[in-house]
Structures are given as C-alpha cells and as structure tokens.
Write a protein that binds this ligand. Sequence first.
Ligand code: ADP
Ligand code: MG
Length: 320
Amino acid sequence: MGEFDLIQQFFTHAAHTAATRDDVVVGIGDDGAITTTEPNHQLVSVVDTLVSGRHFHANCPADAVGHKSLAVNLSDIAAMGAKPCWATIALTLPESNPDWLQSFANGFFALAHQHNISLIGGDTTQGPLSITVQLNGQLPNGTGLLRSTAQPGDALFVTGTIGLGAIGLQDYPAVTAASQHLLKPTPHVEFGHGLNQLASSCIDVSDGLLADLQHICQASKTGAALDIAKIPLARAAKSCSPEAIVQQLCGGDDYELCFSINDHHDNMHQLHQLAKTTRTPITRIGYVTDSCALTTMDNQLLNEILPLPDDQTTYGYKHF
Ligand code: ADP
Ligand code: MG
C-alpha cells in the first residue's frame, strides 16, 4: 500500500467519521490545515513522541499505541487547563502493515471521538517505528494553568493513583490493572479544564511525582511539604519497603495531575464539586512551602528519610 492510499484509508476517512468540528475550515488533504479559533481565547499547543522500544514495547498492541499517543498529549493539555480541539500525527513506520494501522487508528480515533478532537493533518514516513502527535487546545485569555505560580501555603493535591505506571512496567506483559493503565492511561481532561480558574499551578505526572512536583517548586521558587502516608500509592506505603515507595514516587507514566490551590473555603468547595462532577478521585498530599526543598510535614528533608537518588535532579525519568 502506497503512502497516499494509507493516509486515505486509515486516517482521512476515519478523521471525517470521528469528530467533525465546525471550526475546521481545511482539514487533511492540503498543504496545511486551517481552523477558526474562538474569540478571546488563546491557543495551547503540546507535542509528544512515542518511540518503539523506548516508550512502548515493540510488540505492544497497536490500538494501545494509538490510544497512548493521544492520551499523553491530552494529559499535557489538561495540565494547562485547556480544552483539546485539533490534532496532527507524524507517523514513521517500518512497513505499511494494514492490520497494525487499522488497530492503531481504532485506538487513536476512539479517544479522539470521546473528547471531540479532529485529526486535521500529519506526515507519513518510512523508518523505525515512532509516533509524534501534536495537539492544540484553547482556553479563555489568561486562564492557562502554569507551573510557575504556586504560592507558599497553598494546598497540594494529586488526582488518582501514584506509581501505577512504575508497577505496570514491572507487571507487563501480564495483564493487571497497572499494566492496563500503562498501555491505556486515562488523562484527566475535563477535570484539568475545570481547574483553570481554580488551581494556582498544575503539572501532569508523566516523569514521576517527585520529579514533576520538583518542576513546580523550581518554576515557582517554592518547596513542598508532603504527608507521605497520605499519597495514594498504587501499593500502599505501609505494605512497602522504602525502596518500593521510592520506585512509585519516582516512576513515570502515571498521567495524573498534581496541582496547588489556595485552601480558602470557597475554593475547596468548588474543587470537591469539580472532582465529583468529573468523577475524579483527588487526594490532599501536603502544602507549598517557602523553602526550596521537598520535606515531610514535620520538616525533615525527604531524602533523609527515603532512599532517594543522590542527585535531586534525577528523581524521575530522563532521556539524556
Ligand atoms: P505535504 O507533501 O504537503 O507534506 P503530504 O503529502 O505529506 O503533504 O500529506 C498529504 C496530506 O495528508 C496533508 O494534508 C497531510 O496533513 C495529511 N497527512 C499525511 N500523513 C497523515 C497522517 N498520518 N494522518 C493524517 N493526515 C496525514
Ligand atoms: Mg505540501
């Protein structure tokens, strides 16, 4: 199958049947796509690449690869507080295998459909398997959720469960809840969008909770005090060795949101309403401090009580 037949069969056709947004003026088929943006809104753009053998096992089911290539981007869009709208895919394939492509497209479009996202273009090349998805979203002017705006005293929360990605990696290829999460994570899209006038800062937990929390702290010039016993670990802290706790706190691929919020009574009320309406579990795990360190609630340095990596900049996954 040639490049253009492949695009036509697996992407153009599916793109037209999946989500038809009336703000897509020109979609797949021209040199570029044209979309209409909402008045008084800003564009939020994110991009993520999945490389075979690095981000997923070479024999991973193709529908999971399709799902995940969009899900990781949705998680970033959610962490910015935006609403996802339009995606492009840059696909590098070793061969044009119709079964693989059909399954990949099924996984991708099922998730795209769920969030009313249009696929508006892409690029298709031959080479080692790698998938890059770019996703654009919108948010009302000035409401973007940043890493750099946490305030000392704010409460710190996480969604869902921390460490599922790390445990999923251990379990794979056995089918467990954790390995299913690793293959097909569910990003918190509506919840993230709802946080945009509520939270003071936000990040998605893709490199490990401690590494990502550290990113908020560095950008905001703050620290954080954590109530370790409260962190919703996939394997409960009390039944774990310190090494197994660290593995969950530093493992990647969770796709939860970690955010800070002023704990004023009205805010807390709105937050719990949002969690309820979007069916998102949330847990308060500590607060933002004006030191520059990660500590426990009684002010001990985290790396003095847990066997953390010596280099505080390598708490999470790093490519180089
Ligand atoms: P160009 O030569 O202008 O780069 P291409 O020939 O690569 O365009 O692609 C033709 C059209 O198909 C373009 O609109 C492009 O956005 C779209 N396209 C290419 N690959 C994909 C893909 N994997 N998924 C969706 N659209 C694609
Ligand atoms: Mg062109």
